[in-house]
Design a protein around this ligand. Structure first.
Ligand code: NAD
Ligand code: TYD
Length: 390
């Protein structure tokens, strides 16, 4: 029987995968643990050399679309963007992408058949951004969060095994670690125990457990990133920073929960995406990487910084009813990603915020389209006040 033509490519792919794993092990054992010594070797033998095709989920959202832009601009990767286009998925976010290396597939990560049909055999990595991502919505109703964030992650892990995908990168959040005291010496590290305090965070923590279980039980190559609050272009204005910005641009009241002194650790979205790309290519299998820009701000400070930059009065701020179970403080210690992967943020708070403000000011039609009927209904229901249709 003439088997060679079929078997040869299979064997060579198998060899290639084993080689890739071997190299990864080599780099892991000899390089990653030595601060300072790793970077040159990591660059010579990195996953980058074996990556060609990425399967990005949730790429029509805020961070996923920024990641796709960055990856297309800075690498030769081909990218499939698999996204269900929920209320948060916005095709406008994907305008102008280089379609010779990029394709969109509309689908639900919790739908096994759809994922199985979309995930090609030769996919090298899955980067899972797909999620229900807004804490307030998870407090109103958790069910969709469980389906997308937990079941969806398991479906992707199963599909990755079935298709022999080289690596799965799970985009997680600092919120899985719960709330820190206001003591400025307390930080989230990779060893901080998971202690989620709201349904969104609980669903993301469950997803992390499933990712770790797939790594431990089946030897799947997985990496988890945990980042703080992102800000930048194309963020849906249900989240605090773009909500402040779009309301301020429309001279509308800014709702500040409780005393407004809650602390978040802010990072410019492109800095986060550069860290994800780095983790994809150089991160150690089975590890978690906390990503942060050492930029803690109280919510009141974020609101006043935006109002000042726009020349608007602080009197737009309204203290409103607090979020139930509101986490007091998030603060990330990013030492590991800085030391082991030589990553640093490029934007300061001032430069990132100015870029963000400029983008929203210059993209009024994007903002107007997101403030559509469904958004205004959500807003009226959640805040008990109306916003304009402009
Ligand atoms: P987003 O809400 O802007 O986008 C989520 C995307 O996922 C949307 O395009 C949506 O259509 C898609 N999606 C939702 N359900 C889906 C499903 N069932 N199947 C396929 N696609 C689906 O979210 P984001 O702010 O871009 O966050 C992306 C990821 O990063 C999330 O996993 C989130 O938990 C994580 N994260 C976000 C932040 C932040 O500050 N925004 C911080 C840390 C981690
Ligand atoms: P958010 O953007 O929802 O992110 P997360 O809760 O996941 O960190 O909220 C950021 C902070 O802003 C958080 O402390 C809650 C607060 N907040 C307000 O004060 N008013 C608002 O209208 C919203 C949406 C959030």
């Amino acid at each position: 029987m003439r088997r060679k033509p079929i078997l040869k490519p299979l064997f060579s792919r198998f060899r290639y995968l084993r080689l890739a794993h071997k190299n990864q092990d080599f780099v892991s054992r000899h390089c990653w643990r030595k601060p300072g010594a790793i970077t040159p070797v990591a660059r010579i033998i990195s996953n980058k050399d074996f990556m060609r095709k990425l399967f990005v989920t949730g790429g029509a959202g805020f961070i996923g679309s920024s990641f796709i832009r960055l990856a297309l601009a800075q690498t030769d990767y081909e990218i499939i963007n698999f996204d269900a286009l929920t209320y948060a998925g916005n095709p406008d976010n994907l305008e102008g992408l280089d379609e010779s290396r990029y394709r969109f597939i509309c689908g639900d990560v919790a739908d096994r058949e759809a994922v199985g049909a979309a995930l090609a055999e030769d996919t090298d990595a899955i980067i899972n951004f797909a999620a229900e991502s807004h804490v307030d919505r998870s407090i109103a109703s958790a069910e969709q969060f469980l389906r997308t964030n937990i079941l969806g992650t398991q479906v992707l892990l199963d599909a990755a095994r079935a298709r022999r995908v080289r690596r799965v990168v799970q985009i997680s959040t600092d919120e899985v670690m719960g709330s820190l005291p206001e003591d400025e010496t307390a930080f989230f590290t990779e060893n901080t125990p998971l202690a989620p305090k709201n349904p969104y965070a609980a669903s993301k923590a469950a997803a992390e457990h499933l990712v770790n279980a797939a790594h431990h039980t089946f030897g799947l190559d997985t990496v988890i990133t945990r980042c703080g609050n992102n800000y930048g272009p194309r963020q849906f204005p249900e989240k605090f920073l773009p909500l402040v910005l779009s309301n301020a641009l429309h001279d509308e009241p800014i709702p500040l929960y409780g005393d407004g002194r809650y602390v978040r650790d802010w990072i410019y979205v492109e800095d986060h995406c550069r860290a994800i790309l780095n983790v994809l290519e150089n991160g150690r299998s089975g590890e978690v990487y906390n990503i942060g820009a050492r930029n803690e701000r109280r919510n009141i400070e974020v609101a006043t910084a935006i109002l000042d930059a726009l020349g608007k009065s602080h009197s737009l701020i309204r203290h409103v009813k607090d979020r139930p179970g509101h986490d007091r403080r998030y603060a990330i210690d990013p030492s590991k990603v800085e030391r082991d992967l030589d990553w640093r943020p490029r934007e300061t708070w001032e430069s990132g915020l100015q870029k963000t403000i400029n983008w929203y000011a210059e993209n009024g039609s994007w903002v107007a389209r997101t403030r559509n009927g469904a958004y205004r209904d959500y807003y009226a229901q959640h805040y008990g006040t109306e916003i304009s249709a402009r």
